[in-house]
Design a protein around this ligand. Sequence first.
Ligand code: FMN
Length: 288
Amino acid sequence: MPFRAIAKRFGADLTISEMISANALVCNRKKTKKLYEKSAIETPYSVQLAGSDAATISEAVKILNDEDIDIIDLNAGCPAPKIARGGGGSALLKDPRLLGAIVAAIKKVSEKSTTSVKIRLGFDRNNGVELAKVCEDNGADFITIHGRTKTGGFTSPVDYEAIGEIKSKLKIPVIANGDIDSYEKTRSVFNATNADGVMIARAALGTPWIFAELKDQSVIDRASKRAAIIEHFDSAIAFYGAYGAIIFRKHLHRYSRSYEGAAAFRVLINKTSDITQMRDMIEKFFER
Ligand SMILES: Cc1cc2nc3c(=O)[nH]c(=O)nc-3n(C[C@H](O)[C@H](O)[C@H](O)COP(=O)(O)O)c2cc1C
């Protein structure tokens, strides 16, 4: 949540929770709630559910009906064995009938304005048009497509042409995703796909100001970056407590990447868990 809030402040139009297991939400509502808690500025806000059982997902949607959120998104792309082994995430790409049934179940029970689905192009082959149509026919209001198959993991070339083909066959909006990391790349993806929007994941890590750069080619200066990093740190501590300092190490590894002395800074940060000390180190290191 602290990270999403920073992305939002730099212009992300829509922020989405991490993937929430429908089963975990139904079994342990209170504990799971923390995982999708939103910041006050996150409107519109989407919560992503993962699962493979329409009845359990319906129960999870009923819980989310009581929450101040705008969109319920279904994960049909996660390759993690923990999720896919149970038939959820990317396993849904192998079972279009079940995918459709789950989208229909969400649509039926949800009291939120929007239902969406995040898919890949297929499991081990591109049948993205079929999968996207199943989502549309069962009530999805928009879809996001990561332009790789599950087998393609996170490194195979992204097939923007395939995203474009899906876009040309659907009535609902399509968001293109995969390896988008600059203003120029965004323009070329819009040209190749005719998509209605783009989704950024990894390129925002360590550079949440990318949203400002993508929207209007803004150049974010180092003073503004420093202020954002400190704000991110403070809200991480407020949200996670002392553990926030441990979590924040990985963010600092990324934030410091383009700075002189980053390697030595990382070593220091890895030895620090004291909140005041870490904040002082951040203030000093990014002051240039
Ligand atoms: C560490 C990590 C966690 C991710 N978690 C999710 C997730 O919870 N739900 C989801 O739909 N995609 C998740 N993704 C996939 C991204 O949303 C995105 O589809 C993928 O990284 C490709 O886009 P990118 O090149 O902009 O990163 C995750 C990716 C990474 C690297």
